[in-house]
Write a protein that binds this ligand. Sequence first.
Ligand code: NAD
Length: 266
Amino acid sequence: MAIKLGIIGCAGRMGRRIASLAHEDQNFSLTCAIERPDHPAQGVDLGELLGLGKLDLPIRATLASKPDVLIDFTIPQVTIEALGAARKAAVPTVIGTTGLSSEQLVKLKEASEDIAVFHAANMSLGVNVLFHLVGQVARALGDDYDIEISETHHRFKKDAPSGTALELARQICAATNKDFDSCITHGRSGAQAPRKPGNIGMHARRQGDVIGEHTVAFSTLGETVELSHKAHSRDIFARGALRAAAWLVGKEPGLYDMLDLLELKK
Ligand code: NAD
């Protein structure tokens, strides 16, 4: 039986890709397409919006039927409201929305007492494997290896360094008992240029249409080890969210992330 899938933010960049990929995948059946009440696509058939032909699935502002699982890629406030509705309807929910505040993260935890909630700020399986590996490598190589993180993104990206680069640093700090707030050096210039022992260097490049590249280099006198991830398409995030949705169906209430799915939790 195909998994009945609902998408919140179905007309957004990620929502559209998730819907299109789910439509091609026989493991899923799209049953709910949700958008903000004043969105011009309200009432429009989702298939027609996506150029897939009629799917008899009008875009609505609320949950009209109960899916097996919901995927939300919207904005933090909407995510929290949607999670309230999902909790009431007892529907497991995958959240890809980024930028949740600490109070909003507490709300995720509370909702996960009643339903299964999956949250990953980066849904790429490869990046999550990298999160796991950098901590292990940093711990194994020890203090005499200088760690430098560099990331490259397209010219339109608003934030720097990327959330993924910061998470790589957080994983290294957690694995090596470093204090994240005091050990990151962002770029180097002038009097601040000499390397401080134990610090993690962080470098952001912005060029062209690069989707996202991250490299963590560990160097000592005589050798360098590099771990890299390159995203070729934004579809890696949509595919990761669909994989998370299929995995979440039938799970006990709780708060899960990609390391749970990949069975990489310590
Ligand atoms: P987007 O702006 O293209 O899409 C968001 C959609 O949410 C819009 O269509 C908007 O109309 C809709 N929305 C707003 N209010 C709503 C409401 N009340 N009910 C239903 N829908 C509503 O943005 P995007 O690029 O698709 O990104 C969405 C989020 O996902 C962002 O937080 C982004 O950072 C995050 N993101 C996460 C990953 C990941 O791997 N976790 C990857 C890419 C993007």
